[in-house]
Design a protein around this ligand. Structure first.
Ligand SMILES: Cc1cc2nc3c(=O)[nH]c(=O)nc-3n(C[C@H](O)[C@H](O)[C@H](O)COP(=O)(O)OP(=O)(O)OC[C@H]3O[C@@H](n4cnc5c(N)ncnc54)[C@H](O)[C@@H]3O)c2cc1C
Length: 407
């Protein structure tokens, strides 16, 4: 019984990513989510599940099935030297040619630009992005929309977990013949790729209709409590009177900004929120072995190597931009289209180099591999670390260290 296996393999082992895929695929539409823990609420009679394996089969919590998805997409597994970035065919620095999108974005708006390009090039009608809850505006909430304005408004990184893929259920139920584009984190893409390999009605729908996937790198995500603590403890404001939050507002690398019911805005520098985020992580996010899934059509990360340093020491001089990895023919088609249509500016880069988020990811993963705690499977290539380059997490993000090194 799928739900029992989901509990045993994933929930009991604290390996739920909160990706929402189980809610998307449940044939009985039974799975709802706790808004604070982002875990599925399984308070229904499990007898109804009979022999169904949908929810367990799609879950990336314990086993993202990277190897099987790579065989499906690329016809091969990644090699050891591809451990952390996965398989790709091209890479470059990029930013949106639109000032509006650059301003709205985290790192120059390559993701938003490619999502918009897929609407024209691949006849995408529905785009899944991360927005805000309609009644509690400080909470993250997925949005499926056909509106360009909404896609641009939902640009920027949201450092808050929310059940995500389940939002596609409405599209599957009501518009199954229309194309879908998705932006997500590694766990979201892993779940969708698992689903696309399944010979079920919803698996076939995902294979045929989810025509473009772009992912952003993810060092780790944070429970909603992290955001409410920033609003109450750092900004001194009331989360219940907050109608919107942005995590990377304004000039690079951006500020955390809360807007209240009177439309008054209050902001702090990005580096000031990091400890509250750090205090509200899940075991699954901290032990995750994937900075990128390597399975999206295109993957995007910050172009600046150390966002924390930039925030503390003045990143405004840096123009927002990203590093883009192209993985599939579909990804290449969208990128070429966006570049030729004058939507995306791209330039050559040297891919070798430091990324604070990736280094933190490697540090944490190495730590969890040395414990006896259950951790999610990584890609089959094996864990490789450039050990001489690694530093402790505390050393990497300690504000005092950066302040004293500046003076
Ligand atoms: C939790 C998290 C951790 C990250 N860690 C790293 C890191 O370690 N190193 C690094 O280089 N980059 C990291 N990033 C990615 C980086 O912050 C930028 O998002 C990325 O460079 C893309 O920038 P952009 O301007 O092209 O994207 P934009 O044009 O600003 O678009 C970003 C898109 O991502 C979607 N999105 C935002 N948050 C989420 C979410 N939680 N779940 C699903 N979709 C979401 C938005 O709706 C939007 O469509 C992280 C992002 C997140 C959300």
């Amino acid at each position: 019984m799928s739900v029992a296996k989901l509990v045993e393999d994933v929930l009991a082992a604290a390996l739920c990513t909160g990706c929402g895929a189980c809610g998307l695929v449940c044939p009985h539409n039974l799975i709802l989510f706790d808004e604070d823990t982002i875990q599925p609420k399984l308070d229904f009679d499990a007898a109804i599940c009979a022999d169904c394996d949908h929810c367990h089969g799609v879950c990336p919590g314990l086993d993202p099935e990277t190897d099987a998805s790579e065989m499906h997409i690329y016809g091969r597994h990644r090699a050891a030297e591809e451990r952390w970035l996965g398989i790709f065919t091209a890479f470059f620095g990029a930013q949106s040619c639109s000032e509006e999108i650059r301003w709205a974005s985290s790192s120059g708006g390559a993701v938003t630009t490619l999502l918009l390009a897929s609407r024209t090039r691949l006849s995408v009608r529905h785009t899944l992005t991360m927005g805000r809850n309609a009644t509690e505006g400080w909470r993250a909430s997925p949005v499926v929309s056909d509106s360009k304005d909404v896609i641009i408004a939902n640009a920027q990184s949201t450092y808050q977990l929310a059940p995500y893929l389940n939002a596609l259920r409405v599209t599957y139920d009501q518009s199954p013949d229309e194309n879908v584009a998705v932006v997500g984190l590694a766990c979201h893409v892993q779940a969708l790729r698992k689903l696309q390999r399944q010979d079920t009605e919803i698996g076939r729908w995902a294979k045929e209709r989810v025509v473009f996937m772009v992912e952003t790198a993810c060092s780790s995500n944070t429970l909603p409590a992290g955001t409410s603590a920033i609003i109450s403890d750092i900004l001194g404001k009331d989360p219940t009177r907050t109608v919107n939050v942005k995590y990377r507002e304004g000039l690079y690398p951006g500020k955390f900004q809360a807007t209240d019911v009177n439309q008054d805005k209050c902001a702090v520098e990005f580096w000031q929120i990091l400890n509250k985020l750090k205090e509200n992580k899940t075991h699954r996010c901290l032990s995750c072995g994937d900075w990128m899934s390597g399975l999206a059509d295109v993957s995007v990360c910050d172009g600046d190597p150390n966002i924390f340093d930039a925030s503390l020491n003045g990143g405004q001089a840096i123009s927002k931009h990203a590093r883009v990895l192209v993985r599939t023919p579909t990804g290449a088609e969208i990128v070429e289209y966006a570049a030729e249509a004058g939507l995306l500016d791209r330039w050559g880069i040297d891919l070798v180099g430091f990324n604070l988020g990736l280094e933190r990811k490697k540090n944490r993963r190495r730590h969890y591999e040395q414990t006896t705690l259950p951790i999610p499977y990584g890609p089959g290539a094996g864990e490789t670390y450039e050990r001489s380059e690694l530093r402790t997490d505390e050393e990497l993000i300690n504000p005092a260290r950066y302040r004293s090194s500046k003076s």
